[in-house]
Design a protein around this ligand. Structure first.
Ligand SMILES: Nc1nc(=O)c2c([nH]1)NC[C@@H]1CN(c3ccc(C(=O)N[C@@H](CCC(=O)O)C(=O)O)cc3)C=[N+]21
Length: 292
Protein backbone atom coordinates (compact mmCIF):
# COMPACT_ATOMS: atom_id res chain seq x y z
CA UNK A 1 0.00 0.00 0.00
CA UNK A 2 1.16 3.50 -0.83
CA UNK A 3 0.92 6.01 2.00
CA UNK A 4 -0.35 9.34 0.65
CA UNK A 5 1.89 11.51 2.80
CA UNK A 6 0.15 14.88 3.05
CA UNK A 7 2.67 16.19 5.51
CA UNK A 8 5.63 15.62 3.18
CA UNK A 9 3.75 16.99 0.16
CA UNK A 10 2.69 20.05 2.15
CA UNK A 11 6.36 20.68 3.02
CA UNK A 12 7.34 20.46 -0.66
CA UNK A 13 4.63 22.92 -1.67
CA UNK A 14 5.52 25.28 1.19
CA UNK A 15 9.11 25.31 -0.08
CA UNK A 16 7.81 26.29 -3.54
CA UNK A 17 5.71 29.04 -1.97
CA UNK A 18 8.65 30.28 0.07
CA UNK A 19 10.72 30.66 -3.10
CA UNK A 20 7.92 32.55 -4.77
CA UNK A 21 7.64 34.92 -1.81
CA UNK A 22 11.42 35.49 -2.04
CA UNK A 23 10.99 36.49 -5.69
CA UNK A 24 8.18 38.86 -4.79
CA UNK A 25 10.29 40.41 -2.06
CA UNK A 26 13.26 40.90 -4.42
CA UNK A 27 10.97 42.55 -6.95
CA UNK A 28 9.63 44.89 -4.26
CA UNK A 29 6.12 43.44 -4.46
CA UNK A 30 3.43 43.06 -1.80
CA UNK A 31 4.09 40.33 0.79
CA UNK A 32 0.98 38.13 1.11
CA UNK A 33 -0.92 38.75 4.35
CA UNK A 34 -3.39 36.28 5.87
CA UNK A 35 -5.53 37.11 8.90
CA UNK A 36 -7.34 34.53 11.02
CA UNK A 37 -10.17 35.20 13.46
CA UNK A 38 -10.49 32.75 16.35
CA UNK A 39 -13.46 33.18 18.70
CA UNK A 40 -13.83 31.05 21.82
CA UNK A 41 -11.69 28.23 23.12
CA UNK A 42 -12.28 25.13 21.01
CA UNK A 43 -9.09 23.08 21.63
CA UNK A 44 -8.96 21.62 18.11
CA UNK A 45 -9.42 25.08 16.56
CA UNK A 46 -6.47 26.31 18.62
CA UNK A 47 -4.27 23.62 17.05
CA UNK A 48 -5.45 24.32 13.50
CA UNK A 49 -5.05 28.08 13.77
CA UNK A 50 -1.60 27.66 15.29
CA UNK A 51 -0.65 25.44 12.33
CA UNK A 52 -1.90 28.11 9.93
CA UNK A 53 0.06 30.92 11.61
CA UNK A 54 3.24 28.81 11.79
CA UNK A 55 2.91 27.85 8.14
CA UNK A 56 2.59 31.53 7.18
CA UNK A 57 5.85 32.26 8.97
CA UNK A 58 7.51 29.30 7.28
CA UNK A 59 6.74 30.59 3.76
CA UNK A 60 7.38 34.25 4.59
CA UNK A 61 3.78 35.48 4.60
CA UNK A 62 2.62 38.09 7.02
CA UNK A 63 -0.04 36.77 9.40
CA UNK A 64 -2.37 38.33 11.93
CA UNK A 65 -4.27 36.34 14.53
CA UNK A 66 -7.31 38.02 16.03
CA UNK A 67 -8.41 36.18 19.19
CA UNK A 68 -11.57 36.86 21.14
CA UNK A 69 -13.20 35.12 24.11
CA UNK A 70 -16.28 32.93 23.93
CA UNK A 71 -18.47 35.76 25.30
CA UNK A 72 -17.85 37.86 22.16
CA UNK A 73 -21.11 39.00 20.53
CA UNK A 74 -22.12 38.44 16.92
CA UNK A 75 -22.02 42.17 16.30
CA UNK A 76 -18.43 42.30 17.55
CA UNK A 77 -17.44 39.49 15.16
CA UNK A 78 -19.19 41.29 12.29
CA UNK A 79 -17.27 44.44 13.20
CA UNK A 80 -13.96 42.54 12.93
CA UNK A 81 -15.05 41.11 9.56
CA UNK A 82 -15.88 44.59 8.24
CA UNK A 83 -12.55 45.93 9.41
CA UNK A 84 -10.67 43.11 7.64
CA UNK A 85 -12.81 43.59 4.53
CA UNK A 86 -11.65 47.21 4.42
CA UNK A 87 -8.02 46.75 5.46
CA UNK A 88 -5.97 47.20 2.27
CA UNK A 89 -2.97 45.36 3.73
CA UNK A 90 -4.90 42.14 4.43
CA UNK A 91 -5.11 40.03 1.26
CA UNK A 92 -7.34 37.34 2.69
CA UNK A 93 -8.81 36.19 5.96
CA UNK A 94 -10.69 33.33 7.56
CA UNK A 95 -13.09 33.09 10.46
CA UNK A 96 -12.32 29.79 12.12
CA UNK A 97 -15.30 27.45 12.56
CA UNK A 98 -17.06 26.40 14.70
CA UNK A 99 -18.13 29.72 16.24
CA UNK A 100 -19.73 29.82 19.72
CA UNK A 101 -23.40 28.75 19.58
CA UNK A 102 -24.86 32.23 20.07
CA UNK A 103 -23.22 33.41 16.83
CA UNK A 104 -24.86 32.56 13.51
CA UNK A 105 -22.17 31.20 11.17
CA UNK A 106 -24.18 31.98 8.02
CA UNK A 107 -24.57 35.64 8.97
CA UNK A 108 -20.83 35.95 9.58
CA UNK A 109 -19.96 34.09 6.37
CA UNK A 110 -22.23 36.34 4.30
CA UNK A 111 -20.42 39.42 5.63
CA UNK A 112 -17.03 38.33 4.21
CA UNK A 113 -15.99 40.04 0.97
CA UNK A 114 -15.66 37.31 -1.69
CA UNK A 115 -12.34 38.83 -2.87
CA UNK A 116 -10.86 38.12 0.57
CA UNK A 117 -12.63 34.81 1.18
CA UNK A 118 -9.57 32.55 1.02
CA UNK A 119 -11.60 29.77 2.68
CA UNK A 120 -13.86 29.72 -0.41
CA UNK A 121 -16.97 29.53 1.79
CA UNK A 122 -19.00 32.49 0.52
CA UNK A 123 -21.84 32.12 -2.02
CA UNK A 124 -19.92 33.93 -4.76
CA UNK A 125 -16.94 31.57 -4.53
CA UNK A 126 -19.09 28.44 -4.26
CA UNK A 127 -21.12 29.60 -7.25
CA UNK A 128 -18.00 30.39 -9.26
CA UNK A 129 -16.48 27.02 -8.37
CA UNK A 130 -19.66 25.23 -9.43
CA UNK A 131 -19.64 27.05 -12.77
CA UNK A 132 -15.95 26.31 -13.32
CA UNK A 133 -14.99 30.00 -13.15
CA UNK A 134 -11.84 31.25 -11.36
CA UNK A 135 -12.58 31.10 -7.63
CA UNK A 136 -11.07 30.56 -4.22
CA UNK A 137 -11.64 26.85 -3.72
CA UNK A 138 -12.45 25.50 -0.23
CA UNK A 139 -9.19 24.48 1.41
CA UNK A 140 -9.85 20.85 2.34
CA UNK A 141 -11.34 19.68 -0.98
CA UNK A 142 -8.72 21.65 -2.89
CA UNK A 143 -5.97 20.09 -0.77
CA UNK A 144 -7.32 16.67 -1.70
CA UNK A 145 -7.39 17.64 -5.40
CA UNK A 146 -3.75 18.76 -5.15
CA UNK A 147 -2.85 15.48 -3.48
CA UNK A 148 -4.56 13.39 -6.17
CA UNK A 149 -2.82 15.47 -8.85
CA UNK A 150 0.68 15.34 -7.36
CA UNK A 151 0.46 11.63 -6.58
CA UNK A 152 -0.74 10.99 -10.13
CA UNK A 153 -3.96 9.26 -9.09
CA UNK A 154 -6.20 8.87 -12.11
CA UNK A 155 -9.78 10.06 -11.52
CA UNK A 156 -11.14 10.18 -15.06
CA UNK A 157 -14.08 7.81 -15.49
CA UNK A 158 -13.55 6.42 -11.99
CA UNK A 159 -16.25 5.67 -9.46
CA UNK A 160 -15.77 8.08 -6.57
CA UNK A 161 -17.83 7.83 -3.41
CA UNK A 162 -17.84 10.78 -1.00
CA UNK A 163 -19.15 10.14 2.52
CA UNK A 164 -20.58 13.29 4.10
CA UNK A 165 -22.36 16.32 2.61
CA UNK A 166 -21.01 19.24 4.65
CA UNK A 167 -20.74 22.66 3.03
CA UNK A 168 -16.99 22.78 3.59
CA UNK A 169 -15.93 19.26 2.57
CA UNK A 170 -18.36 16.69 1.15
CA UNK A 171 -20.46 18.91 -1.11
CA UNK A 172 -17.59 20.87 -2.72
CA UNK A 173 -15.53 17.67 -3.04
CA UNK A 174 -18.31 16.04 -5.05
CA UNK A 175 -18.55 19.11 -7.31
CA UNK A 176 -14.79 19.38 -7.95
CA UNK A 177 -14.36 15.71 -8.82
CA UNK A 178 -17.35 15.58 -11.15
CA UNK A 179 -16.26 18.70 -13.07
CA UNK A 180 -14.20 18.54 -16.26
CA UNK A 181 -10.47 18.47 -15.69
CA UNK A 182 -7.64 16.50 -14.16
CA UNK A 183 -8.27 15.62 -11.40
CA UNK A 184 -11.95 15.49 -12.28
CA UNK A 185 -14.14 13.72 -14.85
CA UNK A 186 -15.16 11.18 -12.20
CA UNK A 187 -18.56 9.62 -11.60
CA UNK A 188 -19.41 10.80 -8.12
CA UNK A 189 -21.83 9.40 -5.55
CA UNK A 190 -22.47 11.48 -2.42
CA UNK A 191 -23.57 9.42 0.59
CA UNK A 192 -24.91 10.87 3.85
CA UNK A 193 -26.84 10.01 7.00
CA UNK A 194 -30.03 9.21 5.03
CA UNK A 195 -28.34 6.95 2.49
CA UNK A 196 -29.84 3.48 2.35
CA UNK A 197 -27.30 0.65 2.16
CA UNK A 198 -24.15 2.73 2.23
CA UNK A 199 -21.98 -0.38 1.86
CA UNK A 200 -23.50 -1.11 -1.55
CA UNK A 201 -22.14 2.25 -2.72
CA UNK A 202 -18.78 2.24 -0.96
CA UNK A 203 -17.91 -1.28 -2.16
CA UNK A 204 -18.05 -0.03 -5.76
CA UNK A 205 -15.74 2.92 -5.14
CA UNK A 206 -12.37 3.15 -6.91
CA UNK A 207 -11.75 6.23 -4.76
CA UNK A 208 -13.42 6.59 -1.37
CA UNK A 209 -13.40 9.92 0.47
CA UNK A 210 -14.53 9.77 4.09
CA UNK A 211 -15.70 13.06 5.67
CA UNK A 212 -18.38 12.10 8.17
CA UNK A 213 -16.72 12.69 11.53
CA UNK A 214 -17.37 9.23 12.97
CA UNK A 215 -14.15 7.67 14.34
CA UNK A 216 -12.95 4.61 12.36
CA UNK A 217 -16.36 4.02 10.80
CA UNK A 218 -14.98 2.84 7.45
CA UNK A 219 -13.92 -0.76 7.97
CA UNK A 220 -12.60 -3.35 5.50
CA UNK A 221 -16.07 -4.78 4.66
CA UNK A 222 -17.03 -1.39 3.20
CA UNK A 223 -14.11 -1.12 0.79
CA UNK A 224 -13.27 -2.59 -2.60
CA UNK A 225 -9.82 -4.23 -2.71
CA UNK A 226 -7.33 -1.94 -4.46
CA UNK A 227 -9.29 1.25 -3.77
CA UNK A 228 -7.68 4.62 -3.00
CA UNK A 229 -8.91 5.92 0.36
CA UNK A 230 -8.82 9.55 1.48
CA UNK A 231 -9.51 10.06 5.18
CA UNK A 232 -10.73 13.58 6.02
CA UNK A 233 -11.74 12.84 9.62
CA UNK A 234 -9.74 14.18 12.54
CA UNK A 235 -11.35 12.75 15.66
CA UNK A 236 -10.09 13.01 19.20
CA UNK A 237 -10.68 9.73 20.98
CA UNK A 238 -10.18 9.45 24.71
CA UNK A 239 -7.06 7.46 25.54
CA UNK A 240 -5.72 7.51 29.09
CA UNK A 241 -2.41 5.96 28.00
CA UNK A 242 -1.53 9.09 25.99
CA UNK A 243 0.04 12.10 27.68
CA UNK A 244 -2.61 14.45 26.22
CA UNK A 245 -5.43 12.11 27.31
CA UNK A 246 -6.57 11.46 23.71
CA UNK A 247 -5.35 10.09 20.41
CA UNK A 248 -6.20 11.32 16.93
CA UNK A 249 -7.93 9.01 14.53
CA UNK A 250 -9.66 9.34 11.20
CA UNK A 251 -13.05 8.25 9.88
CA UNK A 252 -11.22 5.22 8.50
CA UNK A 253 -10.13 2.11 10.37
CA UNK A 254 -6.57 2.37 9.04
CA UNK A 255 -5.32 -0.98 10.36
CA UNK A 256 -8.16 -2.98 8.82
CA UNK A 257 -7.83 -1.27 5.41
CA UNK A 258 -4.04 -1.31 5.15
CA UNK A 259 -3.80 -4.88 3.78
CA UNK A 260 -6.45 -4.39 1.08
CA UNK A 261 -6.29 -0.85 -0.37
CA UNK A 262 -3.76 0.45 -2.93
CA UNK A 263 -3.21 3.88 -1.35
CA UNK A 264 -4.44 5.74 1.72
CA UNK A 265 -3.92 8.98 3.65
CA UNK A 266 -2.86 8.71 7.31
CA UNK A 267 -4.33 10.72 10.21
CA UNK A 268 -2.57 12.85 11.31
CA UNK A 269 -0.24 13.78 8.46
CA UNK A 270 -2.67 13.33 5.56
CA UNK A 271 -5.41 15.73 4.53
CA UNK A 272 -4.89 18.17 7.47
CA UNK A 273 -1.53 19.61 6.34
CA UNK A 274 -2.84 19.83 2.75
CA UNK A 275 -5.76 21.95 4.00
CA UNK A 276 -3.31 24.44 5.49
CA UNK A 277 -1.24 24.57 2.30
CA UNK A 278 -4.35 25.23 0.16
CA UNK A 279 -5.17 28.19 2.35
CA UNK A 280 -1.66 29.55 1.75
CA UNK A 281 -2.04 29.04 -2.02
CA UNK A 282 -5.34 30.93 -1.97
CA UNK A 283 -3.73 33.76 0.00
CA UNK A 284 -0.92 34.09 -2.52
CA UNK A 285 -3.51 34.17 -5.30
CA UNK A 286 -5.46 36.87 -3.44
CA UNK A 287 -2.29 38.88 -2.98
CA UNK A 288 -1.38 38.69 -6.67
CA UNK A 289 -4.91 39.35 -7.84
CA UNK A 290 -5.09 42.71 -6.16
CA UNK A 291 -5.89 45.61 -8.44
CA UNK A 292 -3.62 48.02 -6.59
N1 LIG B 1 -12.93 28.82 8.60
C1 LIG B 1 -12.39 27.60 8.70
N2 LIG B 1 -11.58 27.16 7.73
C2 LIG B 1 -11.01 25.91 7.81
O1 LIG B 1 -10.24 25.51 6.92
C3 LIG B 1 -11.31 25.09 8.94
C4 LIG B 1 -12.20 25.60 9.90
N3 LIG B 1 -12.73 26.83 9.75
N4 LIG B 1 -12.54 24.84 10.98
C5 LIG B 1 -12.03 23.50 11.17
C6 LIG B 1 -11.52 22.85 9.90
C7 LIG B 1 -10.47 21.79 10.14
N5 LIG B 1 -9.22 22.33 9.61
C8 LIG B 1 -7.96 21.77 9.77
C9 LIG B 1 -6.79 22.49 9.60
C10 LIG B 1 -5.56 21.94 9.86
C11 LIG B 1 -5.45 20.64 10.28
C12 LIG B 1 -4.11 20.07 10.58
O2 LIG B 1 -3.12 20.76 10.51
N6 LIG B 1 -4.02 18.79 10.98
C13 LIG B 1 -2.79 18.15 11.34
C14 LIG B 1 -2.61 18.14 12.84
C15 LIG B 1 -3.83 17.71 13.62
C16 LIG B 1 -3.68 17.81 15.15
O3 LIG B 1 -2.57 17.69 15.66
O4 LIG B 1 -4.75 18.00 15.80
C17 LIG B 1 -2.78 16.74 10.75
O5 LIG B 1 -3.85 16.24 10.38
O6 LIG B 1 -1.71 16.18 10.62
C18 LIG B 1 -6.59 19.89 10.42
C19 LIG B 1 -7.83 20.45 10.15
C20 LIG B 1 -9.48 23.54 9.05
N7 LIG B 1 -10.78 23.85 9.12
Amino acid sequence: MQVLDGKALAETIKEELRQEVDQIRLAGGKIPHLAAVLVGADPASEVYVRNKVQSCEQVGFQSTLIRRGSETTQEEVLEIVRRLNDDPDVDGFIVQLPLPKHIDEDTVNLAIRPEKDVDGFTPVNIGRMTLGLPAYLPATPNGIMTMLERYGIETEGKEVVVLGRSNIVGTPMSILLSRKGNPGNATVTLCHSRTQDMAAHTRRADILIAAIGIPEMVTAELVKPGAVVIDVGINRVEDASRSRGFRLCGDVDYASLEPIVSAMTPVPGGVGPMTVVSLLMNTLKASKGRLS
